[in-house]
Write a protein that binds this ligand. Structure first.
Ligand SMILES: [Mg+2]
Length: 271
């Protein structure tokens, strides 16, 4: 079988066109993934460099003698911590579904929730490990989340890192139904209101616990965030008080919420 020169040229052109189509198709498949890998690499570097860079907070050995004496005179307090948007933020994605696109920020942990056939991707708030290490030395920690235990327990185990600092946990079943809302009551975590307070990103939950709550901004995935590290000096100083309400009560919110919630909790005293 012989081809003349004109036919040979046509075949060459066809081959070049076919090869070009194949190369373009491969580039269409590969280049977006390659760019995403580069973006994730940059994001991971940023997260490590800016989010988890070494920060040193002086330990209690460096306290003055007066401060040490003062600590002996007051009771150790209980710090009640919210979880979602305070310590972490999560994205829940149905398995085999691409409906919810994951953020460009690399996730820190993932686990499967069989009950919902969904993967849960966890994004730690910057400095959360260091924050928990510090406050666990100052306070008894209690996690109080409006989420269910099958969702929250794996996350809290991950945050705990085997240190046993997040043993005490309260979940959705420990919240109080208040006009359709899931209200947290810190007196359920510790009945002595002079020595317990809540750290929560929800203004409503803080309003339920007037005088025993500190509001913190919500963590948004990928945002440079210093809130946990910035609040450490305040939390450090609060443990020296005889009654946390002497400081926290000075910040007024919707008083009626706390009053009504206290009425609903059997045995709870008005602050
Ligand atoms: Mg929250």
């Amino acid at each position: 079988m012989y081809f003349n020169l004109e036919e040979m040229d046509k075949i060459k052109i066809c081959l070049v066109v076919a090869a070009s189509v194949v190369v373009l198709y491969l580039a269409y498949l590969v280049i977006p993934r390659f760019l995403r890998c580069i973006c994730l690499g940059i994001a991971r570097f940023n997260k490590i460099y800016y989010g988890y860079s070494a920060i040193t907070y002086l330990d209690d050995e460096r306290l003055s003698l007066v401060s040490k004496r003062r600590l002996e005179m007051v009771d150790k307090k209980t710090m009640v911590l919210d979880m979602d948007e305070t310590l972490i933020t999560s994205v829940i994605q149905k398995r085999n579904s691409q409906l919810i696109k994951l953020p460009d920020t690399p996730y820190d942990y993932k686990f499967l929730m069989p009950a919902f056939d969904s993967m849960v991707y966890i994004y730690k708030r910057p400095h959360v490990d260091y924050f928990l290490d510090c406050v666990s030395k100052w306070y008894d920690l209690v996690i109080y989340t409006a989420s269910t235990d099958d969702y929250a327990d794996p996350i809290l185990d991950f945050l705990d890192r085997g240190k046993g600092i997040l043993k005490k946990r309260m979940f959705r079943k420990d919240c109080i139904d208040f006009l359709g809302m899931r209200a947290k009551d810190v007196s359920l975590a510790s009945p002595d209101l002079a020595n317990v307070f809540l750290l929560d990103n929800s203004n409503v939950e803080c309003s339920f616990n007037l005088g025993n709550a500190i509001h913190i901004s919500s963590y948004e995935i990928g945002k440079r965030d210093q809130a946990l590290i910035n609040i450490l000096p305040f939390l450090d100083s609060l443990r020296f008080t005889r009654d946390v309400r002497s400081v926290l009560r000075r910040c007024t919110r919707f008083d009626c919420m706390t009053t009504n919630l206290c009425k609903m909790v059997k045995g709870a005293k008005l602050p």
